[in-house]
Design a protein around this ligand. Structure first.
Ligand SMILES: [Zn+2]
Length: 310
């Protein structure tokens, strides 16, 4: 197990080098019939991830996700094809979701409005409103493992977990959007796997591992862990019970105003240090202050400025 953890070797900095470790594959294989992936592989993978992933993940420190394995997903070479599939694990004896795995392409994407999913009660579910603290009011969302916009699954209980608003919106959504935008604009395929990571027999997962690899090129690749947390709220993951953490709220409120990390040029998509000389030249309509990390900005398509080298 130690070896596996060292392979994971969490890396908090996005490197651009993942391309060198991505295998080449034959793009002439073009089977578009929907098939089921091997469930045996799915369950083996699940055990490996759950035993090895959580100990290697650092505690949440204010960023919605961390990059895992130098941003290289753990797919096997055999899976890197155009074969379209979507699979969802059976709920376990505690009623918990497992790995959701799909090859996303335009064929899977929905062309109808999302239907109601309110009848599904994922493991650890509570309807709880912190209207003064949470944008969207409710602590928990029914979070799709494979987002609705990608595979069009509605009230599929094998695809819905108890996830915080923060996990849903700050953690998972930007990555789902990245896949959706890529597939819509290219008509390519993206191998995509989302694994909720539970600790022991807890009913609410600690986070989700999200892995993506585009098949026809290397334009859409990530391997990240998103935290199932809500800043300012404490969560008992065994039951889903929650409470307001007063200290955290005050600390984050104090930080928010002072915690500007970078200046962005939203037009040229450059990240600048606050001290950069070229900030003066940015037109006001393209200039934006941010408190996001460099990792988060790079994943949003920004590049570090070559002058100030943030
Ligand atoms: Zn600069």
């Amino acid at each position: 197990m130690k070896e596996f953890i060292s392979i994971l070797s969490l890396c908090l900095v996005l490197t651009g080098c993942q391309n060198s470790t991505i295998q080449t594959y034959d793009s002439t294989i073009n089977i578009t019939q929907t098939t089921e992936a091997s469930t045996e592989n799915v369950s083996t993978y699940k055990i490996n991830v759950e035993e090895t992933m959580l100990p290697a993940i650092p505690d949440y420190t204010g960023t919605a996700f961390v990059v895992v394995n130098n941003n290289v997903p753990f797919f096997s070479d055999n899976d890197l094809s155009n074969t379209v599939f979507e699979t969802y694990s059976e709920l376990d004896e505690l009623g918990r979701c497992g790995v959701a795995y799909a090859n996303i392409c335009q064929d899977l994407m929905p062309d109808t409005e999302r239907e109601s999913i309110g009848q599904v009660k994922p493991s650890g579910w509570h309807t709880i409103n912190y209207h003064e603290l949470i944008d969207g009011n409710y602590l928990y969302n029914r979070c799709h493992l494979i987002g609705y916009q990608l595979a069009g699954e509605n009230a599929n209980e094998k695809n819905l977990i108890t996830g915080t608003r923060y996990l849903n919106v700050e953690g998972m959504l930007p990555f789902e959007n990245q896949i959706a935008d890529y597939v819509k604009s290219t008509n390519h395929h993206v191998l995509y796997r989302v694994t909720p990571i539970f600790k022991d027999r807890e009913l609410v997962c600690r986070g989700v591992l999200m892995e993506a690899q585009s098949i026809e090129d290397d334009s859409c690749v990530f391997c990240v862990y998103c935290y199932n947390v809500q800043p300012g709220i404490g969560i008992d993951y065994a039951t889903g019970n929650s409470w307001i953490e007063k200290d955290i709220i005050e600390a984050s409120a104090n930080n928010e105003s002072q915690n500007i990390t970078y200046i962005l040029n939203t037009n040229s998509k450059k990240i600048h240090k606050l001290s950069c000389s070229s900030i003066a030249d940015i037109s006001p309509k393209n200039k934006k202050e941010t408190n996001l990390s460099k990792d988060e900005l790079i994943l949003q398509g920004y590049q570090p400025c070559k002058i100030c080298n943030p």
